[in-house]
Ligand binder design. Structure first.
Ligand code: OGA
Ligand code: ZN
Length: 372
């Protein structure tokens, strides 16, 4: 049985659960999260935190019929909590997140044959298959769907099973093929060195979907590398370079006749906890560096070092997409590139779209709910 006991004077409620776990809940937190303060349908908080004194105190704490019942401030308000709910929200630990998947870093010894792979029909029809595949795709940051229909919209349909599409200045979907008057190097037949897409955006797109409709030209093989593996090796082996790349904002820019989209980013971006969050690495969209002159050489040294790592055999995975395959990758973690191809020898056409990380994670969480 759950037990609740009040620890006097220190403004926390001490709760112990039958499995031996215990936790302390500050009074202000408990009052802020009283279930009565949430709208019953929307589940959004309606309680006004400023309506109570900061040093709110308890008159009584009791455990009745499996509920923890707290009486505040001489009977002003009574709060009732489910001990399991309190367990799930323990301070310092917080709510478990099925979308929190630890990245499994990979280097070139990871074979393309070992990438997570799923059949398009399974992903379209089975929620379990979709959830398992999304989780696996988050681990490696890179996965393959096969058995795709030879239909221009097939990639978009799978992406939409996950979430709404991220529109960009290139459209909701984009055609990667050699085109006249290209506004993007991807729309030529040139090689593309490893990069993350749209580093010039305020928030570069999250997951990228590239459906290979045809890959019949000579050349046009794909390359990938795990930017998190590179960044974590740099962090361990060359902390000075890591520091420069994670603390120095540099400009990125895309401009054509309709747009001029610019943003400064660090090449390596850390989250507020210091974990790797994303990489911004795109030599063709890198703007004209605007660092003070005396910071330029040290920065260039660091920037060249990570650039060399993206070319290194240690990190680069080489593969070739076949018609009917679609590659999915976390564009803010995994860098992608391609070899040049000869458009006179055959047709090459990939169709792309993006779903941001937030929607991707949301789908994992919704598909992880029990019972569904
Ligand atoms: C892109 C891109 C890769 C390819 O469109 O951004 O990198 O294989 N394409 O053509
Ligand atoms: Zn790209």
């Amino acid at each position: 049985m759950t037990t609740a006991s009040l620890r006097g004077g220190d403004r926390v409620l001490h709760v112990a659960w039958p499995d031996g776990t215990s936790a302390e809940f500050p009074f202000i937190w408990l009052r802020d999260n009283c279930p009565s303060g949430f709208h019953p349908q929307t589940r959004e908080r309606q309680f006004d935190l400023t309506s109570i004194p900061f040093d709110i105190s308890l008159t009584e704490a009791a455990l009745e019929n499996g509920e923890i019942i707290l009486t505040w401030n001489g009977g002003d308000h009574v709060s009732r909590y489910d001990p399991d709910w309190l367990f799930d929200h323990r301070p310092g630990i917080g709510l478990a997140d099925p979308a929190r998947v630890e990245p499994v870093l990979w280097r070139s010894d990871f074979e393309p044959d070992n990438l997570p792979r799923a059949a398009a029909a399974d992903l379209m029809t089975s929620d379990d298959a979709l959830r398992d595949f999304l989780v696996a795709s988050k681990k490696t940051g890179l996965s393959i769907v096969d058995g795709m229909d030879n239909d221009k919209d097939a990639g978009m349909e799978i992406a939409r099973r996950i979430g709404f599409l991220r529109e960009t200045n290139f459209g909701t979907t984009f055609e990667v093929m050699s085109k006249p008057n290209p506004n993007n190097l991807a729309y030529t037949s040139h090689a593309l060195p490893l990069h993350t897409d749209l580093a010039n955006q305020e928030l570069p797109p999250g997951f990228q979907f590239l459906h290979c409709l045809a890959n019949e030209a000579e050349g046009g093989g794909s390359t990938f590398c795990d930017g998190f593996a590179i960044a974590s090796d740099l962090r361990a082996d060359d902390p000075h370079t890591f520091e420069l790349l994670s603390k120095t904002p540099v400009p990125f820019r895309f401009h054509d006749t309709d747009y001029d989209i610019r943003r400064h980013h660090t090449v390596i971006d850390l989250d507020p906890f210091g974990h790797l969050q994303e990489l911004h690495f795109n030599a063709h969209l890198a703007g004209i560096f605007d660092l003070p002159a005396d910071k330029m050489e040290p920065y260039y040294r660091a920037y060249r070092k990570i650039m060399e790592m993206t070319r290194s055999e240690k990190y680069v995975m080489t593969t070739r997409l076949a018609g009917g395959e679609m590659v999915i990758f976390d564009n803010r973690r995994v860098l992608h590139g391609r070899a040049a191809f000869d458009p006179n020898t055959g047709f090459r056409h990939l169709r792309g779209c993006y779903v941001d990380r937030g929607e991707f994670d949301s789908r994992i969480r919704v598909l992880s709910r029990t019972p569904r």
